[in-house]
Design a protein around this ligand. Structure first.
Ligand SMILES: Nc1nc2c(ncn2[C@@H]2O[C@H](COP(=O)(O)OP(=O)(O)OP(=O)(O)O)[C@@H](O)[C@H]2O)c(=O)[nH]1
Ligand SMILES: [Mg+2]
Length: 394
């Protein structure tokens, strides 16, 4: 199946690299000056999903090949990258120019990281665009296609986004809200986009949060503190706390665990993070952002298993290695993210490749047969593919 990629974009110093570090294994350079990132950083983030092992009481045997599963909460890998800071006009060569837009071409979704403590500003270059538009007597779509060319836009993509947000020609009369609507419409057409409204731990953020919520679709905004998440994860990896990612909870050292006592200076910082972020917002928001990314991309997890009764190892019912307990290698070893609407046959082709022709049938829990044209849904997402070789052996 396609390996999905999400990319963090946003203005310089918004916290893109911090966000990447907060959710992934990356160690991207972070700095309090613009354009710290020149070359994109890549990482693997883990999205938390409900693992079926819990439903079947098999948490102890659950053994993901990638990521891990903690008591039925499964961490599924998702590729993520950040890029250099985006400034208005990047598509015409300002800032770091087109280079970083190239890096984005393969992204499936953008996480627009916004510094909530900063001032919001509209694209400063709009008057120039209007001037050129008027001088060249082009249509609105033509002018914008040129402007968005760095984002991989073509005329039809721009035209579609204009139609979708109900904007016609008369670009020179658009006010700020209209321009914003058009830009948002275009981004939605080209890339699904969600907003990580970052730095909510800073005092100035409050007033901007309201403003931004009024301007954008609130269902696409998550309040985040990448800094708090990085801090909590660091304390966790250093053995000071047991941080329950995605929640406001962590365990401290006591007789029942082997955690280390926290030094006084760190303790006061931890209390601050609790006061400013965890108690106020319930969590740091970064895990929720990944979840929203997954929902926006309409990804659902599918669990190919070798044995539909034991949920044992392997993608397809190919040859058995012979001997050994059925669950020697654990259950629900594989998990793939598929886009809603994906057909059973598509997944089959992807996982089995050439061997697809030996596939007799696919089945899900309870021995229910699946047709190649059946869509994968949360109800049939555990599936096994019966190959002819297998049928002979059994
Ligand atoms: N208070 C606070 N500061 C943050 C947060 N996230 C990032 N920062 C700080 O913001 C500054 C910029 O962070 P980066 O992650 O380097 O930002 P960036 O968007 O990658 O910046 P460029 O690569 O230069 O475009 C650093 O000083 C970070 O420590 C946050 O959630 N809260
Ligand atoms: Mg950066």
């Amino acid at each position: 199946m396609k390996d999905f990629l999400v990319a963090c974009v946003g203005k310089p110093s918004a916290g893109k690299s911090s966000f990447l570090n907060a959710v992934s294994d990356a160690a991207a350079k972070v700095g309090n000056f613009p354009f710290t990132t020149i070359k994109p950083n890549h990482g693997v983030a883990y999205v938390h999903i409900d693992c079926p092992c819990k439903r079947f009481g098999k948490q102890a045997q659950c053994a993901p090949k990638h990521g891990k599963c903690v008591d039925g909460t499964r961490m599924v890998p998702l590729r993520i990258m950040d890029v250099a800071g985006l400034v208005p006009g990047a598509s015409t060569g300002e800032g770091l120019g087109n280079q970083f837009l190239d890096d984005l071409r393969t992204a499936d979704l953008l996480i627009h990281v916004v510094d909530a403590s900063g001032t919001t500003d509209a694209a400063g270059k709009w008057p120039n665009i209007v001037r050129r538009h008027t001088a060249t007597a082009q249509s609105a779509a033509e002018t914008l296609a040129l402007q968005f060319s760095g984002y991989g836009a073509n005329l039809s993509c721009v035209q579609k986004s204009l139609d979708r947000c109900g904007m016609k020609d008369g670009l020179d009369t658009w006010d700020e809200d209209a321009v914003r609507k058009v830009v948002d419409g275009f981004l939605d057409e080209r890339f699904p986009t969600i907003i990580a409204l970052n730095k909510i731990d800073l005092p100035d953020s409050d007033k901007n949060v309201d403003k931004i919520f009024r301007k954008y679709d609130p269902s696409k905004i998550i309040l985040t503190s990448a800094l708090a998440e990085v801090f909590l994860r660091k304390l966790h990896s250093q053995g000071f706390i047991n941080y329950h990612e995605g929640t406001e909870f962590f365990d401290l050292a006591d007789e029942s665990n082997s955690l280390k006592p926290i030094p006084a200076a760190t303790q006061s910082r931890l209390e601050k993070v609790q006061d400013l972020v965890l108690f106020r917002y319930g969590n740091t928001g970064v895990q929720a952002t990944l979840k929203l990314a997954m929902d926006t991309l309409q990804l659902i997890p599918a669990f190919p298993v070798r044995n539909i009764n034991s949920f044992g190892d392997g993608v397809a019912g190919g040859g058995s290695s012979g001997g050994g307990g059925k669950e020697k290698t654990g259950v629900f070893r594989d998990c793939v993210l598929v886009k809603k609407g994906t057909k059973v046959g598509d997944l089959m082709a992807d996982l089995l490749g050439e061997s697809k022709k030996f596939c007799l049938y696919a089945e899900t829990v309870g021995g229910v047969r699946l047709g190649e044209d059946d869509e994968i849904t949360p109800n049939n997402s555990i599936m096994s593919f019966k190959l002819s070789g297998d049928a002979v052996r059994e």
